[in-house]
Design a protein around this ligand. Structure first.
Ligand SMILES: NC(=O)c1ccc[n+]([C@@H]2O[C@H](COP(=O)([O-])OP(=O)(O)OC[C@H]3O[C@@H](n4cnc5c(N)ncnc54)[C@H](O)[C@@H]3O)[C@@H](O)[C@H]2O)c1
Length: 326
């Protein structure tokens, strides 16, 4: 059922990226009016899918758009998103992820936005020895990417507290994966470089070799352990964040599956789903990678009345396969 609130206008920044594309479609299907912007740094496709070309650094253009479209909710996804790249080019990461967020905060200062939902990342936690990380774990990011996300979180919290005109919700996303059940979407360059799409490519192409970055990590099978959460569960968490009652606070919530999955687990799941073998080779461990990180999602369950119901690995892999047209 759609209530009056559900027909409000939502600005989605980074709308042409992996999460943004799926989230825009998810919200539109639930009758939100979505206004998407993107700098098209890493375009989804030549046809820009109705997304407005705009950089989050352009405060004046953002403010004009927020006013003209009577935007009441903002979901801020626009970012540079690769931890390893951020070690080589930290300045670009701080410019986009920190200064870009500041620009957005300035733009919403004088308009009637009531909610800002920010896509933060589990990268803010860094290496941890805890089986599950919860939101009160110390933040100790291993990369400029993680540090830029943490700085953006802090700016958002301070601004929401100071302004009193909007509430903020911070979602610390774990490894978002999979496709949606609806239609075929060509993968973004970014998504295609991520683990599950790479494993699917390797399964399809018998000449390609899937690189495993490190097999001596202190994990049960020696490969990195991550928490994969289905893109539709992530979209649902964003939508829930738009409709929860305003509290005047600023909830910070892990969005994951709560299940640890190793790289070898992913390879096996893709091999099962594709009925093919994946050739693997051991590569150097990626800098800025923690060995294992798995979410506690108790807070998100409680605050958002949400659960990661689609995030079983087999379902994520099946949906990624379906979306890639396999
Ligand atoms: N995908 C994941 O597993 C994951 C995990 C944790 C956090 N996140 C966060 O979720 C958000 C979305 O991630 P994604 O996987 O869709 O990344 P993505 O790289 O696919 O999309 C990011 C989008 O932001 C756009 N962008 C970059 N700089 C911009 C700017 N200055 N102005 C406007 N647009 C700009 C890019 O063109 C791109 O389309 C990011 O903030 C990311 O840090 C994602």
């Amino acid at each position: 059922m759609v209530d009056a609130e559900s027909r409000a206008s939502v600005l989605v920044t980074g709308a042409a990226g992996y999460v943004g594309t799926h989230l825009s479609r998810y919200l539109q299907a639930r009758r939100w009016r979505v206004i998407g912007i993107d700098s098209f740094l890493r375009p989804l496709s030549p046809a820009k899918r109705g997304v407005i070309a705009m950089d989050v650094a352009d405060t004046a253009a953002l403010e004009t758009l927020l006013r003209s479209e009577a935007v009441s909710h903002v979901i801020h996804l626009a970012a540079l998103t690769f931890p390893a790249e951020s070690l080589l080019d930290p300045g670009s990461y701080y410019a986009t992820n920190v200064a870009g967020t500041l620009s957005l905060l300035r733009a919403i200062r004088n308009v009637s936005v009531s909610t800002l939902v920010f896509a933060s990342s589990c990268a803010i936690y860094g290496a941890t020895t805890d089986d599950y990380v919860n939101e009160s774990n110390a933040a100790s990011p291993c990369s400029p990417y993680g540090r830029s996300k943490l700085m953006a979180e802090q700016m958002i919290i301070d601004s929401a507290v100071a302004s009193k005109s909007f509430d903020a919700v911070i979602l610390r996303l774990f490894n978002v994966a999979g496709g949606d059940s609806g239609s075929f979407v060509p993968g973004t360059r970014c998504a295609a470089t991520r683990l599950i799409p790479s494993a699917i490519r390797a399964a399809r192409d018998s000449s390609s070799v899937f690189g495993i970055h490190g097999v001596d990590w202190p994990t049960p099978d020696g490969t990195c352990v991550r928490d994969y959460v289905h893109i539709e569960d992530v979209c649902a968490a964003f939508e829930r964040s738009l409709v929860i009652p305003r509290s005047g606070g600023c909830p910070i919530l892990n969005i994951g599956s709560g299940v640890g999955t190793s790289i070898r687990n992913v390879i096996q799941a893709v091999e099962r789903a594709t009925e093919s073998q994946i050739a693997t080779a051991v590569r150097e461990a990626s800098p800025g990678d923690p060995p294992a990180i798995v979410a506690s999602v108790d807070a998100a369950r409680r605050v958002l009345q949400w659960s990661p119901g689609r995030s079983a690995l087999a379902e994520i892999v099946q949906s990624a396969l379906a979306e890639s047209g396999a």
